[in-house]
Design a protein around this ligand. Structure first.
Ligand code: PMP
Length: 439
């Protein structure tokens, strides 16, 4: 057996093997998956804009007018007018002075973090931050202090312990967490950033189109516009396209143009993707009721799941994790749900901590109430069919679990010196290790 074969066999044995499934047609509420019609319940096309006729037309027109590729990095072959147009619209929409497009959210995070922290600096990062933030922290070579998920007391304690030097400090958090659908306590985090002289960076990937007035995100919802140094958002989820942006003041954007390596050394997003996102943004501004439809779909889904016995609370957040725990069991549940016509991908380590494998459900504004009730019934039947108790599944279960990283023991998430670990006695050190996460 070759080393690669052995590794693949091991992944299979651990229930961590992945394969790509073939979807025919756009990311609508129903798709053909490997040839079988199913309800799509795991796409981030939250507002149904990826396949909206106006968005498609805008992308097609842009291809005819400007071509498909951007040719090079914008620092080499120039910013195209369509890039500039979307940046101006996004900055105005988010209430920031300036905006900078990146090739993707992953690139925006690694580039921005690397620009804001380096050797000798300190980054404070929520333990459940997205993999692109985790990787940005690793690449930056800064010291990384991972604070407990949503725990501002732990963050404050960490800031006190590590603060006070002349070096730069950066707090970074998702606003909506991609695998749990919970929301960072941004007001308190912003207060702590101010008090301790740290910069604050917020990733709004899953909040755009879902939270805040007109779907402008969690920063807008909490009235923190202007108080967060850097806001990242992607074009690939609610805005139905591909690419990402950073909103900040003019000076910061000027600085990122000069220092963010993933901007400098990567080809700019292609005109059709940029024009598609611009059309999606216009639609969102013109018809913000889509955001209300998404919230209403989330409410319906949550109620229907609760009626099936799942431990899911009422709410308006479109991401609903059904936490199963075991990797193999999550895969079985996914398969059973597919047989009943519902596609909800099983999410396993390293995307989520070991022992918290789950189906991550994502509702879309384009789902009907009947779609969602059917899905909840199918998921309930699927769970009971393989001997799982729905009552033991849901986001609430997460809070009761101890998160222990078993899959990267030799390489914990940016280690702190051993003596530091001991000195941190008031907090459970085990929980501070973290693993890469991705959506
Ligand atoms: N941040 C978060 C919180 C995400 O969930 C994701 C994607 N799943 C990204 C960043 C990366 O964005 P993109 O898909 O545009 O690379």
């Amino acid at each position: 057996m070759s080393e690669i074969e052995e590794r693949l066999a091991e992944l299979e044995r651990l229930g961590l093997h992945r394969r790509l499934r073939l979807v025919s047609g756009p990311q609508g509420p129903r798709v053909l998956l490997d040839g079988k019609p199913v309800l799509l319940l795991c796409s981030n096309n939250y507002l149904g804009l990826a396949d909206h006729p106006r968005v498609r037309e805008a992308a097609a027109d842009a291809a005819m007018r400007w071509g498909v590729g951007a040719g090079a990095s914008r620092l080499v072959s120039g910013t195209m007018t369509i890039h500039r147009r979307l940046e101006e619209r996004l900055a105005a929409w988010k209430g920031n002075e300036a905006c900078l497009l990146f090739g993707s959210g992953y690139l925006a995070n690694i580039g921005t973090i690397g620009a804001l922290a380096g050797r000798g600096d300190t980054i404070f990062s929520d333990e459940f931050n997205h993999a692109s933030i985790v990787d940005g922290c690793r690449l930056s070579r800064a010291e990384v202090v991972v604070y407990r998920h949503l725990d501002t007391q732990h963050l404050e304690w960490s800031l006190r312990r590590h603060g006070g030097s002349d070096q730069r400090q950066l707090i970074v958090t998702d606003s909506v967490f991609s695998m749990d659908g919970d929301i960072a306590p941004l007001v308190e985090i912003a207060r702590l950033a101010k008090e301790h002289g740290a910069r604050l960076m917020v990733d709004e990937a899953h909040a755009i189109g879902a939270l805040g007035p007109g779907g402008r995100g969690a920063v807008a919802q909490t009235g923190l516009e202007g108080e967060v140094d850097v806001v990242v958002g992607t074009l690939g989820k609610a805005l139905g396209s591909y690419g990402a942006y950073v909103c900040a003041d003019e000076e910061m954007i000027h600085y990122l143009i000069n220092t963010a390596r993933s901007l400098i050394f990567s080809t700019a997003p292609g005109p059709p993707a940029v024009a598609g996102a611009l059309a999606a943004l216009e639609l969102l501004e013109e018809r913000p009721h889509r955001v209300e439809r998404l919230r209403s779909a989330a409410r319906t889904m949550r109620k229907a799941l609760a009626a099936e016995g799942f431990s899911v609370e009422d709410g308006e957040m479109q991401i609903v994790p059904l936490i199963v725990g075991d990797e193999h069991a999550a895969m079985r549940l996914c398969k059973e749900a597919l047989e009943r016509g519902v596609f909800a991908q099983a999410i396993r380590p390293p995307t989520v901590p070991a022992g918290t494998s789950r189906l991550r459900l994502a509702t879309m504004a384009s789902h009907t109430a009947e779609d969602l009730r059917m899905a909840a019934r199918a998921l309930g039947e699927a769970a009971r069919g393989i001997g799982l108790d729905p009552a033991a599944m849901g986001p609430r279960v997460l809070a009761q679990r101890t998160v222990v990283d078993e899959h990267e023991p030799e390489e914990p998430y940016l280690p702190m010196a051993a003596r530091e670990r001991q000195a941190r006695a008031p907090f459970d050190v085990e929980r501070e290790s973290s693993i890469p996460r991705a959506a």
